[in-house]
Ligand binder design. Structure first.
Ligand SMILES: [Zn+2]
Ligand SMILES: [Zn+2]
Length: 355
């Protein structure tokens, strides 16, 4: 992929000129363009955040390519792991103050009054807006957000590490919650990338014994360092047979972005097992057998990100030193190379972009 960075005229102080640099998707078939955009102005209930870092999630790549059934509308700025300092408040904002460090997660807005919102499932709100998808996201020097839907980053959480926690962290934390992992459960984590490396840790915190499955040996080594008791290289060994040999998984967390890996995760379950779909492959369908699902009492669950409360808990665990985030920092101007590296699997776990 080639760099199509367009340098704007030298901007000494973006605040004084009212412009910022942002990585913008103009078309699904072309690379992002790093260009000058106006700094957003907050409306009622909104804030503008000076972004320190923003993680690069697979979802951003799918968004930029228009891979999914529901597509964002170009031009837009991706990024839903933005972390930064509140710079300006719109009218009526009381939830945060100027100078607070906040995270801008995928769930950018929810209505607050529907059945889902009032029952603690704001992530399923039909009126939601998504950061970096239906709202401009964090691949920029500044981003606008709804004050009610940002989450304060506590002291004790490194701001750079807060970025991957804002999507990869909260998503896998929630996945382990809905999986219902209890002490001594065998938990298979398929795919040890940005999500998987955190899923291992949350499964272990919940008391599970973890099996990590990937096709890259270095990632499996990392999985062991992060608490996986068993590892399976699915390129060399059939993970279904290997996990069944251990008695089968009580829960499988499917973070890998290939339908085949999801089918293997299903096959690795023991009776009454639960598979949680987390990763979103561009290829939307998997084949699962009805007969075995019924006879073995299998549960198939989809889990989408997490709530503000989940993210607070994720930050709390990290501040307490219970989790490790593996990341590599890159300048935002290199976003297209970063995407190419993620697609080629050439990164340890997560890339975090700095505007
Ligand atoms: Zn994400
Ligand atoms: Zn709602």
């Amino acid at each position: 992929m080639s760099v199509t960075e367009k340098r704007p005229p030298a901007v000494a102080d973006p605040e004084s000129t009212g412009t910022m640099r942002a990585a913008v998707v103009h078309a699904f078939d072309s690379p992002l363009e790093v260009e000058a955009k106006p700094i957003p102005i907050p409306g009622p209930g909104e804030i503008v955040v000076k972004i320190e870092t923003c993680g690069l999630c697979h979802t951003d790549i799918h968004a930029a390519h228009g891979d999914w059934p529901v597509k964002p509308k170009p031009p837009f700025i991706p990024g839903h792991e933005g972390v930064g300092i509140v710079a300006t408040l719109g009218p009526g904002v009381t939830e945060v103050g100027v100078g607070d460090r906040v995270a801008l997660p995928w769930l950018g807005y929810a209505c607050g009054t529907c059945d889902y919102c009032i029952s603690g499932w704001e992530t399923l709100c039909p009126h939601q807006q998504m950061m970096g998808y239906t709202m401009d996201g964090g691949f920029a020097e500044y981003a606008k957000a709804f004050a009610r839907y940002v989450v304060k980053v506590p002291d004790g959480v490194d701001p750079v590490e807060a970025s991957p926690l804002t999507c990869a962290g909260v998503t896998t934390y929630k996945a382990v919650k809905v999986a219902g992992t209890r002490s001594s459960d065998l938990v298979a984590v398929f795919g040890i990338g940005g999500l998987g490396h955190l899923a291992i840790q949350y499964a272990a915190i919940a008391g599970g014994r973890v099996i990590a499955v990937d096709v890259v040996d270095e990632k499996l080594e990392l999985a062991r360092e992060l608490g996986a008791e068993f590892t399976v290289n699915a390129a060399k060994e059939d993970p279904v047979a290997a996990i069944q040999k251990l008695g089968g998984a009580d829960q499988a967390i499917a973070t890998a972005v290939s339908p085949r890996a999801v089918e293997q995760a299903y096959g690795s379950l023991r009776r009454r097992g639960t598979i949680v779909f987390v990763g979103l492959p561009a290829d939307n369908y998997v084949q699962l057998p009805i007969f075995e699902t019924v006879l073995n009492g299998i549960t198939v669950v989809g889990s989408i990100v997490g709530t503000r409360l989940d993210l607070r808990e994720v930050f709390e665990l990290h501040a307490a030193g219970k989790t490790k985030v593996v990341l590599e920092e890159r300048p935002l101007a290199e976003v297209n190379e970063a995407i190419a590296d993620v697609n080629a699997g050439r990164i340890p776990a997560r890339i975090v972009l700095r505007p």
